[in-house]
Design a protein around this ligand. Structure first.
Ligand code: SAM
Length: 225
């Protein structure tokens, strides 16, 4: 096998989190839904969207149910994909595909999707693996297609915790395994060759505790036509 590979401990951690019901489907994430609405004028009919690291697929469920997209999702947690399929079945909805797969090796043809999204998945890998994931997301996106990523930033409260694996890379067994915290330079490198159409740094603060909790780069980009 060549190229960067995903680490097995993190995969096992995610599978256990889903099995314990700790990452149960609750609601879609506004960053992803707002991006799809902005990009397609709220009309997903006839459009294919893929989510990398879709988990239990609450984003895809909304994209299909409320927006009409044909949806596809991959996640390396088998338990997550089982729960994702059950959600669609439970609502009598259909999907293009929901498959167990490593996001660095997607079994989809080149230039296949109108939109490819990920929320909080690429960041759960070392930077080299995140780069490989971005390359795959870009490969399967149609020319002129759009992409949205949500990536932990260096101001995230978990930055620096756990075992330091490399620049910006940490393994935190107390939380959810491997994570890369993206600098602005990382983001620019990751999206080189694509047109960044929107880039927001979202910070969440625990007000009573007076401390910063989460911080993410939310990056939207277009593949050159
Ligand atoms: C924070 S959860 C986000 C789940 C979903 N995107 C959401 O918005 O609720 C991160 C997900 O990414 C998946 N993941 C992380 N690295 C992956 C990889 N290399 N290949 C496939 N899935 C991956 C995990 O199994 C987990 O389901």
């Amino acid at each position: 096998m060549t190229g960067p590979v995903t680490d097995a401990p993190s995969r096992a951690i995610w599978d256990a989190l889903y099995a314990e019901g700790n990452h149960a489907p609750i609601a879609p994430y506004t960053d992803i839904i707002a991006f799809l609405a902005r990009s397609f004028a709220r009309d997903g009919q006839g459009r294919k969207v893929l989510e990398i690291g879709c988990g239990t697929a609450q984003n895809l469920l909304f994209a299909n149910w409320s927006m009409g997209f044909e949806v596809y999702g991959v996640d390396y947690s088998e338990t997550a994909i089982t729960q994702a399929r059950a959600q669609f079945r439970g609502k009598g909805l259909s999907y293009g595909a929901l498959e167990v797969a490593d996001a660095t090796r997607l079994d989809f043809p080149d230039s296949h999707f109108d939109a490819v999204v990920e929320r909080g998945a690429a960041q759960h890998n070392r930077l080299a693996v995140a780069r490989a994931i971005l390359a795959e997301m870009r490969r399967v996106l149609k020319p002129g297609g759009v992409l949205c990523c949500s990536l932990a930033a260096e101001g995230h409260f978990l930055f620096g915790q756990g075992t330091h694996l490399g620049e910006g890379d940490f393994f935190n067994g107390e939380h959810d395994g491997t994570r890369h915290f993206f600098s602005r330079r990382d983001v620019l490198d990751l999206f080189a060759g694509m047109e960044i159409t929107r880039w927001m740094l979202h910070s969440r603060q625990d007000v009573p505790g007076n401390r910063m909790v989460e911080q993410y780069h939310v990056v939207e980009a277009r593949k050159p036509a």
